[in-house]
Design a protein around this ligand. Structure first.
Ligand code: WT7
Length: 648
């Protein structure tokens, strides 16, 4: 099944922006002389002061430093808005589809300019200036994009926190980057239910020192009643009435930070991934154009939330830098019915559609009927992102959603990479269901074994990048040493992705998933250590170990082994209490799917938890436990197997 090949459709090949020969030629040029290649493509955006330096990057060992176009001066909002006004001022920039199918908005580039300037003036009047951090905790409404671009316009650094994160998680992220202003909404609306965003901000700020945050700007979304603290909180509509709709874009150096985005790793608390302006924007725009074969007249829809990197690069920055019409969807795939995605495609004549395997799998479960009842004739290219797509889901996406006409680009990348690194190009690459296929221009994947030896030809191992690309993260906010440790120490001299992969004899890449203690739940990244520290903070829990296990819809589910304090007894009630605890502490995406109460955890004689054994039991694969001879107390394993929670 895995080795099936789907050739490039003749119609795509004929009209391709990048055909196979061009892909080969450009790719070869991009790795032979990266400075020349990027020197040329860096000019796809406007520069107030053109760069003369292109690449200045080193992955160590020792110093790690990444700089692209360093002496250039630009502004991301200017590139996403102002430079389009002369040619496409009346074209729709953001097409917004509300949670309720009766609600929609179309915002032209000219209107976007006015909206972003107003938002920028509101922020500027409240002290926001170049280099300041601003936290955005927003629902999927156009004002989320306005706020991001308003920050960019001022040279301020936005940190978007996904609206599903708890007040505690939000507090940590506000404090982590020291933002003194938060933009939020009264409430979000998803699947007909409200999300108490402003109340969560209030709860988050109550946990921080009183003078941490000066201003909370509240966009009215539902009109629901919320508490407003005088002097601190202001409604956006009121503040916006007092400012003009012009605001100059502040020139910034290419390496000036554009945004931070907190993401989970295998250890410790989430880290603030720093992306800078010039290289990021060039890379997001260029990948958006070629990976999706984006052209004039397209209606492009990425279903991600702006709280994740996919929303940053492929709802906002990449598409808008290219002058695209980008659709922003407030709702969920199953509301009011499981046909919603396809109804939106027909309603707005969407030509390019980009979503996650977890959404495909959940809709596949509802059968072909809800899809077949819609036309989808406008679709030309389909995309997938966030986790490996299993061949069954790939086939259904291709055959049913795309009526067998539309190439699927399975795009592999990460928050850290800023943009897509491994992917087919619609007019150039023949597809293999389940494979992300080939590197994008300038991307140099290497597969290494445990000893950092580069493997050649067909092989399987750890996926690293041998050299930098312009969209790469530059550092961890406030902790460059952690950046070096996390990404450049396991395999010195290379960037380590944390993923395992296989490369086949044709040179196609198959991502096999994380090889570290990060799990991927519905395309969202969760550090097992974070869930563990939340569980052990519960007064009845003495120890916890968290692993992933295969889950039919989510990709991976969260499996927690919990040891209770002396005198505490396992119960269904306590199980529910612990799930609710983690949900409240971190957010719904971190809630364990399965909890096993364990009298003891398998440890080595030196006290290290043997996670390999816990993973196997969680996978219901306990016949293959491997070497257990180093266990301090072999009997604990029998108990774990007997009381395992996943009997698949
Ligand atoms: C991890 C990054 C990048 C946008 C969304 C997730 C997994 C991502 C694929 C894919 C197989 C994939 C990897 C990666 N992943 N795309 N096409 N095939 N795995 O961003 O939260 O930073 O997670 O998602 O494991 O390391 P993220």
């Amino acid at each position: 099944m895995g080795q099936r090949v789907i050739e490039v459709p003749e119609s795509m090949r004929a009209s391709a922006q990048i055909d196979e020969a061009t892909y080969r030629a450009w790719y070869e040029a991009s790795v032979r002389d990266p400075a020349a290649f990027w020197g040329e493509h860096g000019r796809r955006i406007d520069w107030f002061k053109p760069y003369t330096e292109v690449q200045d990057t080193t992955f160590g060992p020792g110093k790690v430093s990444i700089r692209w176009f360093a002496d250039g001066v630009t502004n991301a909002a200017h590139n996403c808005i102002d430079r389009h006004l002369a040619t496409r001022g009346d074209q729709v920039a953001i097409l917004w589809e509300g949670d309720d199918p009766a609600e929609a908005r179309a915002i032209t580039y000219r209107e976007l300019h006015a909206e972003v300037c107003r938002m920028a003036n509101v922020l500027r009047n409240r002290g926001v200036a170049k280099g300041d951090r601003v936290t955005l905790y927003m629902p999927m409404i156009p004002e989320a994009a306005f706020a991001m671009l308003a920050c960019a316009r001022l040279g301020a650094i936005h940190s978007v926190v996904f609206g599903g994160f708890s007040p505690d998680s939000l507090a940590g992220r506000i404090q982590g980057c020291g933002s003194r202003l938060v933009v939020t909404a009264d409430e979000g609306l998803r699947g007909g239910r409200t999300v108490p965003l402003k109340a969560n901000v209030d709860a988050a700020l109550a946990r921080l020192p009183a003078d941490s945050v000066d201003h909370v700007v509240v966009v009215r979304r539902t009109g629901g009643a919320v508490a407003m603290e005088p002097g601190r909180d202001v409604y956006y509509d009121a503040a916006a009435r007092e400012v003009t709709d012009t605001c100059p874009a502040v020139p910034v150096e290419a390496e000036h930070p554009l945004f931070l985005l907190y993401t989970s790793g295998s250890t410790g608390q989430p880290k603030g991934v720093v992306h800078t302006t010039g290289g990021y924007l060039v890379y997001a725009a260029m990948t958006h154009q070629y990976v999706f074969d984006h052209r004039e007249g397209d209606v492009y829809w990425c279903t991600a939330d702006v709280g994740w990197v996919t929303g940053h690069s492929y709802i906002v920055y990449g598409p808008l830098a290219n002058g695209a019409t980008t659709l922003m969807f407030e709702g969920i795939p199953t509301y009011p019915s499981v046909s919603r995605f396809w109804e939106v495609v027909d309603k707005h004549k969407v030509t390019i559609f980009y979503t996650a395997p977890t959404a495909i799998r959940s809709l596949m479960g509802a059968g072909d009927g809800p899809v077949r009842g819609t036309s989808r004739a406008s679709l030309r290219v389909l995309g997938s992102v966030g986790e490996p797509i299993n061949p069954e889901a790939w086939d259904w996406y291709h055959r049913v959603v795309g009526d067998g006409r539309c190439p699927i680009v399975d795009t592999w990348w990460q928050t850290e990479t800023g943009g897509i690194l491994i992917t087919p190009l619609p007019g150039a690459t023949r597809l293999k269901p389940g494979s992300a296929t080939k590197p994008f221009f300038g991307v140099q994947p290497v597969v290494v074994d445990g000893e950092n030896t580069v493997l050649e030809g067909a092989c399987e191992g750890n996926l690293c990048l041998a050299a930098s690309w312009p969209g790469q993260m530059r550092t961890v906010w406030g902790d460059h040493e952690r950046f070096v440790q996390t990404y450049f120490s396991a395999f010195p001299g290379r960037y380590f992705s944390g993923d395992g992969c296989r490369r086949d004899a044709d040179g196609d890449y198959w991502i096999t998933g994380r090889v570290d203690d990060v799990i991927n739940v519905s395309g969202h990244r969760m550090g097992t250590a974070e869930v563990e520290s939340s569980l052990v903070a519960h007064p009845k829990v003495s120890e916890a170990a968290v692993v992933g296990y295969p889950h039919g819809v989510k990709g991976q589910g969260i499996y927690a082994y919990v040891t209770l304090m002396q005198g505490e007894a396992p119960s269904e009630g306590l199980r529910k209490e612990l799930v609710a605890w983690v949900r409240k502490d971190i957010g719904p995406i971190a809630a364990p799917d399965l909890i096993q109460f364990a009298p003891g955890l398998p440890k080595t004689r030196s006290g290290k938890i043997m996670r390999r054994i816990l993973r196997k039991i969680a996978e219901d694969e306990f016949s293959a436990l491997g070497d257990t001879s180093t266990l301090a107390e072999p009997a604990v394993v029998d108990d774990l197997i007997e009381n395992r929670q996943n009997r698949s």
